[in-house]
Ligand binder design. Structure first.
Ligand SMILES: [Zn+2]
Length: 424
């Protein structure tokens, strides 16, 4: 099957190319990009006309909890601790795998419609999420969230191992995901780190999300760097979600290690955590982006979150030169792929890479005119602009129309009955 995307303005995010965008045809054979050239005249089975549209790599959301769509925009006043203890965890205890199938499906549809083609997830009810992933052909770095604060630590580990053994596909890759230092004992963290090394998988964990978490880690481990070192985590390919408050000792400890910091600006603002100083952190680690679940992040439209990343840093430093749109777009594409260990496969439009591509139209009044393409893409794009979404060569949405055998109204009806039953 040869698919050609013709006449688009292509933002390749390939740093080896001279120009940031070029007019190119993209030729895809099955799942792989095989040619990038002007005015392709070879054979094809299907053409998508991208005239006057932007063609770019699909976005990569490095920190999600797909099953949490049920909590979308339900927090207007709680801090992280009260939100988890009083709101989220009591309801999550009553969620079934079937509930999580529908809540995950809603999240995946939201990502497809807003141009995200890959995410990293940690949650529970994984059989439900896996069913939704397989039905939609979505790309993911997946995991079962591990914690031993509730005395079920060993059960979680056994469940993870069984799921991992039976559900590896081209699109479903795995990480070991420890929830956080405040929900995992030192021994459990060490075991998770050992398991991650043994299986050769990245290790994903919430870290330093708010000030009280930082104080708790310091009380237990002395310093933030000792927390990572004494639990063995620095040996791993490590994804630290949030990292809102990193001290110099931990920044020096992660420098030259395989560490990515996942910036979740909306979630951090919504829960009153603060603003991560990523303009400083970028000298010490790979910076990528996440939305977190919709309970704290409100939505999974990574374009909206990207705009905020740029604006927050300029405001924080009172300096408009401290960040720019291209760097933010790189965080949401190439840096994300690198964080997930998928940079040989996705994150940019290059010959040999998998075809995870989106087509964006900026022809609506709110986005018109497009003089500075990358600036406008980062700041003025939403679901109404995302025209087409392709993952692994499969066209999942074209001309705003989902090409999946899924009834959106039925998904919404099921979600409504779930949130009523759970009294969200
Ligand atoms: Zn999270």
């Amino acid at each position: 099957m040869i698919l050609v995307i013709k006449n688009g303005t292509v933002i390749t995010m390939d740093e080896k190319r001279k120009e940031k965008y070029e007019n190119l045809d993209i030729v895809i054979e099955n799942d792989t990009i095989i040619k990038l050239e002007k005015d392709y005249q070879g054979k094809f089975d299907k053409v998508i006309d991208a005239t006057d549209k932007i063609v770019m790599p699909g976005l990569i959301n490095c920190h999600t909890h797909l099953g949490m769509s049920i909590f979308r925009a339900t927090n207007d006043s709680l801090n992280l601790d009260d939100w988890l203890n009083k709101k989220i965890w009591p309801i999550e205890n009553n969620m079934t795998d079937d509930d999580i199938y529908y809540t995950s499906l809603l999240s995946i549809l939201e990502m497809i419609k807003t141009g995200t083609t890959c995410c990293a997830d940690m949650y529970f009810g994984c059989l439900g999420t896996l069913k939704a992933l397989k039905e939609t052909n979505f790309r993911i770095l997946f995991s079962r969230c591990l914690m031993d604060g509730d005395t079920k630590g060993e059960e979680h580990l056994e469940e993870f191992k069984k799921l991992y053994k039976n559900n590896q596909t081209d699109l479903i890759k795995w990480a070991v995901s420890l929830h956080a230092f405040y929900t995992c004992s030192k021994e459990y963290l060490k075991n998770g780190s050992d398991l991650s090394l043994e299986l050769g998988l990245p290790l994903h964990i919430h870290f330093c999300e708010n000030k009280s978490e930082v104080e708790g880690i310091k009380k237990d481990y002395g310093t933030l760097s000792n927390a990572l070192e004494s639990t063995g985590l620095l040996r791993n390919k490590l994804l630290l979600a949030h990292a809102t408050f990193l001290s110099d000792d931990v920044l020096n400890a992660i420098k030259d290690k395989d560490v990515s910091l996942i910036h979740n600006p909306v979630s951090n603002l919504n829960l009153g955590c603060g603003i991560a100083n990523i303009s400083k952190y970028r000298d010490y680690a790979n910076i990528c982006l996440g939305t977190d679940g919709q309970g704290s992040g409100n939505n999974m439209n990574l374009f909206y979150h990207m705009s905020l990343v740029d604006l927050l840093q300029k405001g924080l430093y009172k300096d408009p030169t401290i960040m720019n749109s291209y760097e933010v777009l790189k965080m949401a594409t190439l840096n994300g792929a690198k964080a997930l260990g998928l940079d040989n496969e996705v994150g940019s439009i290059e010959i040999g890479k998998k075809a995870d591509i989106i087509i964006v139209s900026l022809d609506n009044i709110e986005s018109y005119p497009t003089v500075d393409i990358i600036n406008n893409v980062v700041h003025n794009t939403s679901n109404i602009n995302v025209d087409t979404t392709i993952i692994n060569g499969n066209v999942l949405m074209e001309g705003h129309e989902l090409k999946l055998d899924i009834n959106e109204d039925e998904v919404k009806e099921n979600i409504t009955s779930i949130f009523k039953r759970l009294d969200v």
